[in-house]
Design a binder for this molecule. Structure first.
Ligand code: GDP
Length: 297
């Protein structure tokens, strides 16, 4: 098993633990089975509505496919969960140039994730460039600069308090001049003022659309998995402020709340694209829904 999978499973073990093992350890499919399963899914932070709808879907699948025991039901539930958390194919910018706009509140792991993504794509032969458009705190650009150096990629920054859209404008000029093919933009996550956040993000997007027409932009929201249901509340608030294309879920190496992934994807209808499983530069992986669902149950 890869180092990453071991870490992921260790992290999820607290969720997975005895509940699911006990439930799937028995054989007979009964009403009690569905009740216990739903309860355990809710306890694992999958949310009431999401758990209820998954259990309903499982009932139907068991009927349709004439499944006979809990082992078969488990496999069916894994595939149902996988469908909901990773409904689309690979990350759209895997094989073409584009912009990743990173949003999320401070402390969730935005900076770290940007550094890891830059490293990951550079090692695949891509040419990433970073834009330090969180100009709200001087420390944000400094921290991002450290990650840019670590990953060995260029970064554009301005002074604290300057216009984030102007940073993006300059970063795009540099991106073009250097022949880069992946622009990763950090933004300030001031969720307490939704109107400001909305204006700031839409201004940044306008600059990107104008300066890089026809270049796809993916807005990815970074969420800290250890915050459980609070991560879902943040996700809903950000979805109001900006269209989201996907989620980066961090700190899965140390959480009892891995199930929240299922709830977030099911509620927002966006896929998880990357997961963070540690603080090192290699500790970010593309998200595999099937693998995750398996680790979860
Ligand atoms: P930001 O404020 O959103 O930019 O957050 P940072 O990138 O500075 O990260 C905040 C803290 O979370 C730092 O101490 C990181 O090392 C830590 N962190 C980020 N991602 C992960 C992860 O996947 N696993 C663990 N264990 N820690 C992480």
């Amino acid at each position: 098993m890869s180092n990453f999978l071991t870490k992921l499973k260790d992290g999820l073990k607290k969720t997975r633990n005895s509940w699911f093992d006990a439930i799937f350890g028995e054989d007979r499919i009964s009403d009690e089975f569905f009740e216990e399963l739903e309860e355990s899914m809710i306890l694992a932070d999958m949310g009431v509505e999401t758990s209820t709808s998954l259990v309903e879907a499982l009932r139907q699948r068991i009927k349709d496919d004439k499944l006979k025991n809990r082992a078969e039901a488990r496999e069916a539930l894994i595939s149902l969960i996988a469908q909901r958390i990773a409904p689309e194919g690979s990350f759209p910018l895997d094989d073409k140039a584009g912009v990743i706009l990173i949003v999320g509140v401070n402390g969730v792991g935005k900076t770290t994730s940007i550094g890891k993504i830059a490293h990951e794509y550079k090692s695949r032969g891509r040419k990433p460039m970073l834009a330090a458009a969180d100009t709200f705190r001087a420390a944000a650009a400094e921290q991002l600069g450290i990650w840019a150096e670590r990953a060995g990629v260029p970064m554009v920054r301005h002074q604290e308090g300057s216009d984030p859209a102007a940073v993006v404008y300059d970063a795009i000029a540099s991106y073009k001049a250097k022949g880069c093919d992946l622009l990763i933009v950090d933004t300030a996550g001031r969720l307490h003022n939704k109107k400001n956040l909305m204006n700031e993000l839409s201004k940044i997007r306008k600059v990107i659309e104008r300066e890089l027409p026809n270049v796809p932009c993916q807005v990815l929201l970074v969420l800290d998995a250890t915050t459980g249901q609070n991560a879902l509340a943040q996700a809903l608030a950000f979805q109001e402020a900006s269209d989201l294309d996907g989620v980066i879920l961090t700190k899965l190496d140390g959480t009892a709340k891995g199930g929240v992934v299922v709830n977030i994807c099911n509620t927002l209808h966006v896929p998880v694209r990357f997961i963070g499983v540690g603080e090192g530069i290699d500790d970010l992986k593309p998200f595999d829904g099937q693998e995750f669902a398996q680790a979860l149950l």
